[in-house]
Design a protein around this ligand. Structure first.
Ligand code: ZN
Length: 298
């Protein structure tokens, strides 16, 4: 499943081709992915200018010049790829983030003409858990997909005081609180495990214990906030971890997964110098948590 850094990588790959581009034509080859496409999806997009391409949690958000927003979620196996539109068009291979190039899974083709030239932006999704919609920009924050989303884990949006307010009084294990999309939006299992290890915090520590009785972030929470921002920033810089589903431009798998300290490393040595313990796995809320019992304190 693409995690937030992969989605941000997709956004950065599509941005030069989509932003400022006119959507000339849309081939919509199915009535539905995970959900039905909105009525007249292709017709409503054709002729529109993409004014910006943003992201919220794991949603790509393309603002259009008529006040609507094209939103898309990659689900389990969705990917975009860019192909040149022929002679004089964009050079192929500028950006390629495809899991599958099998044409039978190409569900939507956007023909665009923009600052980077003419191109086809192709949405491919073998398992069809992805989805798209057209939403009024003015109503976006109240839309069911967006209205309960917590703070972004990237850049300056995440700070310890903000998180303290969201964790105060919570008896839930830290792992569960960090995966709660209403607290932090788009932070997935891999990066939660990595951030807790970096901050030296046990996955089952009650989340509220990171906050002082007066509601101030304790030092633990300051360190955790920094660790979350660092693991996400590093993953984005590395082009997103590829794991099983994503293949980089040159066909090789992404490399950030080799940099994981604990995720998927059960039984291997904890990489913290001088620790000497091994990475353990436990199941919390049905999902694997990888951690070092020596480095991560309750
Ligand atoms: Zn350790």
């Amino acid at each position: 499943m693409p995690e937030l850094p992969e989605v941000e990588t997709v956004r950065r790959g599509l941005q030069p081709v989509m932003e400022g581009a006119r959507i000339i034509r849309v081939e919509q080859r199915r009535a539905a992915l995970r959900f039905a496409f909105p009525a007249d999806f292709a017709a409503r997009l054709e002729g529109r200018l993409v004014t910006s391409l943003g992201r919220r949690a794991k949603y790509l958000i393309a603002d259009l010049d008529d006040g609507m927003v094209l939103t898309s979620h990659l689900g389990m196996s969705g990917s975009f790829r860019i192909e040149a539109a022929g002679e004089g068009g964009l050079a192929p291979g500028v950006f390629h983030h495809a899991r599958s190039k099998d044409g039978k899974h190409d569900h939507v083709v956007f023909h665009v003409d923009g600052p980077a030239g003419q191109a086809r932006v192709i949405y491919n999704d073998p398992r069809r858990f992805g989805y798209m919609d057209l939403i009024d920009r003015a109503a976006l924050d109240d839309h069911p997909w967006f209205r309960n989303l917590g703070v972004e884990p990237t850049g300056n949006s995440l700070d310890a005081s903000e998180l303290a307010g969201r964790l105060t009084g919570k008896a839930a294990p830290l792992k569960a609180a960090l995966l709660d999309q209403r607290i932090i939006a788009g932070l997935g299992n891999i990066y939660v495990c990595e951030a807790m290890w970096r901050a030296g915090l046990a996955p089952d520590k009650p989340a509220g214990r990171l906050v002082s009785p007066t509601g101030r972030p304790r030092k633990d929470l300051e360190e955790l906030t920094g660790a979350i921002r660092t693991v996400i920033d590093e993953a984005i810089a590395a082009g997103g971890s590829s794991l099983r589903d994503h293949i980089r431009t040159d066909g090789t798998m992404g490399y950030f997964q080799h940099g994981f300290s604990v995720y998927d490393r059960e039984g291997k040595a904890c990489p913290r110098p001088g620790c000497g313990d091994t990475v353990r796995r436990m199941v919390q809320s049905g999902r694997s948590t990888f951690y070092c019992p020596r480095c991560q304190k309750n």
